[in-house]
Write a protein that binds this ligand. Structure first.
Ligand code: ADP
Ligand code: MG
Length: 301
């Protein structure tokens, strides 16, 4: 959903819903045998409601730490984390668990499913902690599995499913509590390219339905599915790229030249071979490496 108004309208916060997540001056230090690791340093960032944000950065740059703070799995050592306007920085473990259970859905690189449970039971599990009764849990789980295309796999255990199917189960599970925010840490990291694209399609749909999505990836082509990319380095925000703006500009440019779009499309079909990706209208991939890029492709990967 791209219904965000321009920033000019946002200066008076009175009566306006707070961002889904707001980090201000957030730091996280770990101490290990006398040595201090600054995993995050003075990070300030808002995730507007319904926004789709990717976080990129090399290994060790603080991506997972950031994710864990946003998801209330951990507390910062400096600054504040607001989730839905509520300060979660100093909540007890129980307090954070409560927020997590209500507002956050997690998807991990390694799927993290319970091996002995069926897909249906895995998806229903978070609802146990919310006191939903069994029949309703299972019905809800079946609904969610159908939504991610697994209606015919509800009784399978994780080891009877492919990687992509497991990740779909994990997504369905993340949605069980109808979270306002979905956090995904390298969700396509263990999947082949095509399966990864399909999984990204699931996040796209969540975004279109109004869910706030935060996705961590070290791969640029994955991160480019988001509206913007936050670049982390050594625990600090190095820069924020507005992908959505670029996409809009590309669409506008295309609209100004009605014929060229069709020709380019044909050409791409010929070249691409397996043109299976009809799922990303206005995808940035299509104009990657265009003449407009600022300084070559050096920063990629
Ligand atoms: P990324 O996800 O970008 O690879 P992380 O957020 O996992 O990075 O880690 C950031 C830094 O914090 C790294 O230097 C890592 O070694 C350190 N770190 C992460 N978790 C811990 C921990 N529990 N104890 C000590 N150091 C940690
Ligand atoms: Mg990580």
């Amino acid at each position: 959903m791209t219904g965000h108004t321009d920033a000019a309208g946002a200066d008076d916060a009175t009566g306006t819903a707070p961002p889904a997540v707001s980090l201000s001056g957030v730091g996280k230090r770990y101490e290990r045998g006398g040595e201090v690791v600054r995993a995050l340093d003075d990070v300030s960032l808002d995730l507007p409601r319904g926004s789709y944000t990717a976080v990129m950065g090399p290994s060790g740059s603080g991506k997972s730490t950031l994710m864990n703070l946003v998801g209330c799995l951990d507390t910062p050592t400096a600054g504040t984390v607001l989730v839905d306007g509520e300060d979660v920085s100093e909540l007890s473990d129980d307090g954070r668990a409560r927020i997590r259970g209500r507002k956050v859905g997690f998807v991990f690189q390694t799927f993290n499913l319970m091996p002995r449970l069926s897909a249906r039971e895995n998806v229903a599990l978070p609802l146990v902690f919310r006191g939903v009764d069994r029949a309703d849990r299972l019905e809800r789980a079946d609904e969610l599995l159908a939504r991610v295309g697994l209606a015919d796999r509800t009784d399978h255990r994780p080891n009877e499913l492919s990687g992509g199917q497991r990740q779909r189960v994990a997504i369905a599970r993340a949605l069980a509590n109808d979270p306002a925010i979905v956090l995904a840490d390298e969700p396509t990291g263990n999947l082949d390219a095509e399966t990864g694209r399909a999984i990204l399609g699931e996040f796209e749909r969540l975004h279109e339905a109004g869910t706030t999505v935060l996705l961590v990836s070290h791969e640029r082509h994955v991160a480019e599915h988001a509206e913007r990319i936050v670049h982390l380095r050594d625990g600090e925000i190095e820069g924020i790229e507005d992908i959505e703006e670029r996409r809009r500009a590309a669409v506008a440019e295309n609209a100004a030249m009605p014929d060229s779009g069709r020709e380019m499309g044909d050409e791409r079909d010929d070249r691409g071979g397996g043109g299976a990706d009809g799922d990303a209208p206005g995808s940035v991939d299509a104009q990657d490496g265009s003449e407009g890029s600022s300084s070559g492709t050096g920063g990629d990967r």
